[in-house]
Write a protein that binds this ligand. Structure first.
Ligand code: BDP
Length: 684
C-alpha cells in the first residue's frame, strides 16, 4: 500500500459473516436523475461496495418493487421538514431498502460517502436512521501553492496543480482529490498561495482554473482564488490599485465578471493585504474595510464571498504582536459589507504548537469570522514528526470566549450562532502535495481528514475521528485501532512538551521554522526573533502580557482574563504566554519553573520512544510499507526531539543557572554543538 488511496480504500472485507450481512443490504444502487453529482455518488457507491463486498452491484434507474438495495433520492420537501439544510443528508431503512436522501444532489453525495463509511468502519446497516447536517457552511482548504509548482510551507512534494499542462491535460489526481474532499464534506478550495501571484487572473490562467473547477464541480467543490492586491497595476496596466479609485473599481468589476463567465460557480476571493510585505489598501491610506468592500461590490450579484485575512502585524519593537490584529481590526467591526468574512488564525501569533485562542473571536460581533487552522505542519515538525492535529483544532473550537456569556465558544462564534450571522466558514491550510501518499507523513492524512470532519461537525471528538480514520486507513482490528488512535491522541501534547512546553512559543529555527533556535536575537524584524517571545533573563522566563506588561490579556473578556491573569492559577500549559515567571517559583505542579521546564523537555523526548513502541505493537495489523515508513519517521522524530530538548535546556540554563534536576542526565553535548546543528540546517 503506497497510501495513495487515503481513507477510501474499499478493500475486500475479510470477515465473511460481516460481508454477508452487508451484501444483503447492498444488492443494487438505484438512482433516478441524471446530474453529474448524482452520477458520481452512485459510481462511488458502486465501486466502493463492489470492492468491499466482492460482489457485483448493478446500477438501476428505478428500484420499483425491488428490495435489499440502496436508493439515492433528492427530496427537498423531506429535507426541509427535517431541517437538513442544503448539504445535510438522511440515511434510513424503508421497505427493506436503504434510502439516502437530501435537499440537493450534493447532499446525497455526502450521504453516499457516509454510508460507505458505515461499512469501512464496520458499523451496522440494520435499521439505520442517520441524519447529519454541517454546522459550518463554507468548509475550505487553502492551498499555499505557487504558479511555478512550489508550495509555501509545503512538505509533501510540489503542488498537485500542473499549471503548464492545464487546461488540456487533466491529471487523474484532481478527481481523486475531489473525491477525498467530498468524502469529508469539504466544499471549497482556494487553489493558490495567499502571497498571491496576479497570474491567475489573466485570461490564459482563468482557462486553466476553469478546467480544474470543471473536475471539482460534480463533487460540490467550488474554486476560490487568492488575489494579489496590486493586480490592477501588474496585469491591468493601471497606475494605482487604490480601492477608492474608480478605474480600480471598474477593473475589479469587469475582472470579476470575466471570472464568473469562465467559472459560473466561482466561490470568491481570499486576500492577504498589508501583511508581511504584501501590498494592500493601506498603501493608499485606505483601510482593510475599504479594500474588502470594494471587492464585495465587484462581486455584485454573483454568488461569491470575500475572505479578508486578519493576519497582520507591523514591525513594532515596543508593541506586542499578540495585539496587532486586534488593534487593526476591532475598529472596523460593523464596517464590512455583507459579503465579507474576516479570516482569523486560531491564535494571535502564528500557528504555534499551542496558542491561546485569537482574541478577535467573540470581539467582532458585527462581522462573520472564519477560523483558519494550519494543516501543513510549518511549526509542528514538517512531515517528519507525527502530530495529529484534531486535539489542537478542538482546543480552539471548544475555547470559551464568554462573548455573550458562558458557552460562547469559538465554535459557536464561527458557526454564527453567538452573533446571529447567516454565513459561516472554516479554512484549513492544506498539507497536500505531489507525494504519492499526498501528505508526506501518513498521520498528515489524518489531519486532512480530521479537519474536514470537524468543519462538518465540531462536536465530534478527536478520539472518535482518530478511530474512524484508522479503521478506514490502516486496520479494523479493534485492539490495533485502540492502540493507533491512542497514540495519535498523545502526539500533539508530546510535541508541545519537547519543543515549547509551559506556553513557550516562537523559538524555532529562523525562516525555515524547523528545529530549535531559542537564542535567535537578531532578524529582519524584532518579532521574528526568539528572544522577543521568551524574554529569558536572570530572573525568569516568559512574556508578561498582564497589565504590568503588554496588557494583551485585556483583549479578552473578564472571565478569560481571570482564567489566565494569575500566574498561580493559570493552567501551566499557558503560563509563559502571559507571565514572566521566576526560575525558582513553585508551580501548581509542585515543581519550580526550572525543574518543571526540564521535566517536560525530558519526558516529552522520552515519550517519542513510547510512540515508537505503540507503533511497533500494531505491526502485524498494518500494511508493511505504510508501517515501515511511519516507523522510520518516528526514529527521526526521536533524534530531533533530543535536539530540541538539549538546545532548549542548555540555552535556558545559561539564564536559570540551575542544574538539570534528577533523575534526568545532563545533555551529552554542549550548547555550541546544538547551535552548529541548527546552523547546518540553514546553510545555503
Ligand atoms: C506564516 C508563514 C508564511 C505565510 C504566513 C501567512 O511563515 O509563509 O505566508 O504565515 O499566513 O506562518 O500569510
Amino acid at each position: 500500500d503506497d497510501g495513495y488511496r487515503l481513507w477510501l480504500k474499499y478493500n475486500l472485507i475479510a470477515d465473511a459473516a460481516q460481508r454477508k450481512d452487508y451484501q444483503k443490504a447492498a444488492q443494487f444502487v438505484a438512482v433516478s436523475g441524471q446530474s453529474a453529482t448524482l452520477k458520481v455518488a452512485a459510481e462511488e457507491l458502486q465501486t466502493g461496495l463492489q470492492g468491499l463486498l466482492g460482489q457485483s452491484v448493478p446500477m438501476l434507474s428505478d428500484a420499483k418493487g425491488k428490495k435489499g438495495g440502496i436508493i439515492l433520492q433528492v427530496d427537498a420537501a423531506a429535507a426541509d421538514k427535517a431541517g437538513l439544510g442544503p448539504d445535510g443528508y438522511r440515511i434510513y431503512s424503508d421497505k427493506q431498502n436503504l434510502i439516502i436522501s437530501g435537499r440537493r444532489d450534493v447532499a446525497v453525495l455526502y450521504g453516499a460517502f457516509a454510508l460507505l463509511r458505515q461499512l469501512t468502519t464496520r458499523r451496522t446497516l440494520n435499521n439505520l436512521n442517520i441524519s447529519s447536517a454541517p454546522k459550518i457552511q463554507h468548509r475550505l482548504l487553502n492551498h499555499w501553492d505557487n504558479p511555478n509548482g512550489t508550495v509555501e510551507r509545503g512538505y509533501a512534494g510540489s503542488s498537485i496543480w500542473k499549471w503548464y499542462e492545464l487546461p488540456e491535460t487533466i491529471d487523474p489526481r484532481y478527481r481523486d482529490y475531489a473525491r477525498a474532499n467530498a468524502s469529508i464534506g469539504i466544499n471549497g478550495t482556494v487553489i493558490n498561495n495567499v502571497n498571491a501571484s496576479a497570474r491567475y487572473l489573466t485570461a490564459e490562467y482563468l482557462q486553466k482554473v476553469a478546467a480544474l473547477a470543471g473536475v471539482l464541480r460534480p463533487y460540490g467543490i467550488r474554486v476560490y482564488l487568492s488575489v494579489f492586491w496590486a493586480a490592477p497595476k501588474v496585469i491591468g496596466g493601471l497606475p494605482t490599485s487604490d480601492p477608492l479609485d474608480p478605474r480600480v473599481k471598474q477593473w475589479w468589476t469587469s475582472k470579476t465578471d470575466e471570472v464568473y463567465k469562465a467559472i459560473p460557480d466561482f466561490g470568491g476571493f481570499l486576500v492577504k493585504a498589508n501583511s508581511e510585505g504584501e501590498p494592500g489598501p493601506q498603501d493608499y491610506g485606505r483601510t482593510h474595510a475599504d479594500g474588502a468592500n470594494m471587492l464585495a461590490a465587484a462581486l455584485g450579484n454573483h454568488d461569491g464571498l470575500v475572505m479578508w485575512r486578519a493576519f497582520v502585524y507591523k514591525a513594532d519593537p515596543k508593541g506586542d504582536r499578540f495585539k496587532a490584529a486586534s488593534e487593526e481590526f476591532l475598529p472596523l467591526d460593523g464596517k464590512f459589507a455583507p459579503k465579507v468574512l474576516v479570516q482569523v488564525k486560531n491564535g494571535p501569533i502564528d500557528f504555534q504548537a499551542r496558542e491561546p485562542f485569537h482574541p478577535l473571536f467573540g470581539a467582532m460581533p458585527r462581522t462573520p469570522l472564519v477560523l483558519e487552522v494550519q494543516l501543513t505542519q510549518e511549526y509542528l515538525g514538517f512531515a517528519t514528526h507525527a502530530v495529529y492535529l484534531a486535539p489542537l483544532i478542538k482546543e480552539v473550537l471548544d475555547a470559551d470566549t464568554y462573548a455573550k456569556g458562558q458557552g460562547s465558544t469559538v465554535a459557536r462564534v464561527i458557526d454564527g450562532s453567538v452573533d446571529k450571522h447567516s454565513v459561516s466558514g472554516m479554512a484549513g491550510v492544506a498539507n497536500i502535495g505531489s507525494d504519492r501518499n499526498w501528505t508526506g507523513h501518513l498521520i498528515g492524512q489524518a489531519n486532512w481528514y480530521a479537519y474536514g470532519r470537524l468543519a462538518w461537525d465540531y462536536a465530534l471528538t478527536s478520539k472518535a475521528i482518530a478511530e474512524e480514520w484508522t479503521r478506514q486507513t490502516l486496520t479494523t482490528e479493534p485492539q490495533a485501532v485502540q492502540t493507533v488512535a491512542g497514540l495519535m491522541q498523545q502526539t500533539r501534547s508530546i510535541y508541545v512538551r519537547y519543543t515549547t512546553p509551559l506556553g513557550l512559543h516562537h523559538i524555532m529555527g529562523e525562516s525555515i521554522h524547523y528545529g530549535p533556535q531559542p537564542w535567535l536575537e537578531r532578524s529582519a524584524r524584532p518579532d521574528w526573533t526568539s528572544i522577543y517571545y521568551h524574554r529569558a533573563d536572570s530572573v525568569g522566563l516568559g512574556f508578561d502580557r498582564t497589565a504590568r506588561g503588554s496588557n494583551a490579556l485585556a483583549l479578552y473578556k473578564p472571565e478569560v482574563q481571570k482564567m489566565w491573569g494569575n500566574a498561580q492559577t493559570i493552567a501551566p500549559d499557558y503560563l509563559l504566554w502571559f507571565h514572566h515567571v521566576p526560575w525558582q517559583q513553585r508551580l501548581s505542579t509542585g515543581r519550580t519553573l526550572w525543574d518543571e521546564l526540564c521535566q517536560r523537555y525530558y519526558t516529552g523526548a522520552d515519550s517519542v520512544l513510547w510512540l515508537q513502541r505503540q507503533w511497533a505493537a500494531v505491526q502485524p495489523q498494518v500494511d508493511p510499507v505504510l508501517h515501515a515508513d511511519v516507523a522510520a519517521r518516528l526514529l527521526t522524530q526521536h533524534k530531533e526531539a533530543l535536539w530540541w530538548r538539549d538546545a532548549c535546556v542548555l540555552y535556558f540554563q545559561t539564564y536559570s543557572r540551575r542544574p538539570i534536576p534528577a533523575p534526568f542526565a545532563p545533555p551529552q553535548r554542549t550548547l555550541a554543538d546544538v547551535k552548529r546543528l541548527v546552523d547546518l540546517y540553514q546553510l545555503r
